[in-house]
Design a protein around this ligand. Structure first.
Ligand code: FES
Length: 219
């Protein structure tokens, strides 16, 4: 056995011990980073990818639905289904025969309350636009000036099943479930008429009350 004294002095040994403790503390400070297990890291990455996928899919679907709605939204509808010009009020003499508008698919007349015959105005006073589509099965209803019914001439008469209507579109005969439908009328200050063919009101007993007045309308 050797009894040789250690070559390290007490001071050197103390410094070495101190350096060793600093290294341990430094290693301990990095522990939280290295303490995350590979499994946890993998789960976290999967959750991120899953969230990204569903988030992206949701945004894409929302965008597609928005584009579809934008495409389907009616803009500047012209012709039937939108506003249709119908001339000027001066073109419609009071109590005159109904005039057909092919573009708007309606009949228009300036009804007179003086036309009290059975097939007449029913007391209506002013412009009335009647959709020519029969409320029964959709046939086009013509105005028949010479058609006689109940001893009176001048009715709307459907050629398909015979539904018959007065000049104000009131049903008096046939299988139609109601009177002829009416369309909204707009008249500007100069008397120019626009019929809103997309604004249809189901026909009813109050059809005569829907007639529209205007100061320039022939009296
Ligand atoms: S479609 Fe007009 S009466 Fe039947």
């Amino acid at each position: 056995m050797s009894n040789e004294p250690s070559s390290q002095s007490p001071t050197d040994a103390w410094k070495a011990a101190l350096a060793s403790r600093k290294t341990e503390v430094a290693d301990a400070e990095t522990l939280p980073l290295t303490a995350v297990s590979p499994i946890d890291r993998d789960l976290s990455r999967r959750n991120f990818i899953r969230a990204s996928f569903w988030g992206g899919l949701g945004i894409t679907l929302l965008g597609s639905v928005g584009l579809l709605l934008d495409f389907l939204y009616p803009r500047n509808v012209k012709g039937f289904g939108g506003p249709v010009p119908a001339g000027n009020v001066k073109d419609f003499p009071k109590g005159g025969e109904p005039k057909a508008n092919s573009e708007g698919q309606f009949w228009m007349a300036n009804l007179s309350p003086d036309e009290t015959r059975p097939g007449g105005s029913g007391g209506a006073d002013g412009l009335l636009a009647l959709w020519r589509k029969c409320p029964h099965l959709g046939c086009t209803v013509p105005w028949r000036e010479s058609f006689s019914y109940e001893g009176d001439a001048g009715w709307y008469r459907c050629p398909c099943h015979g539904s018959t209507y007065t000049k104000a579109g009131i049903r008096v005969f046939g299988p139609a479930p109601r009177s002829m439908d009416t369309m909204a009328i707009e008249i500007d200050a100069a008397g120019n008429i626009t019929v809103q063919t997309g604004s249809v009101t189901p026909g009813g007993a109050n059809n005569p009350e829907r007639a529209v007045q205007h100061p320039l309308l022939p009296a």
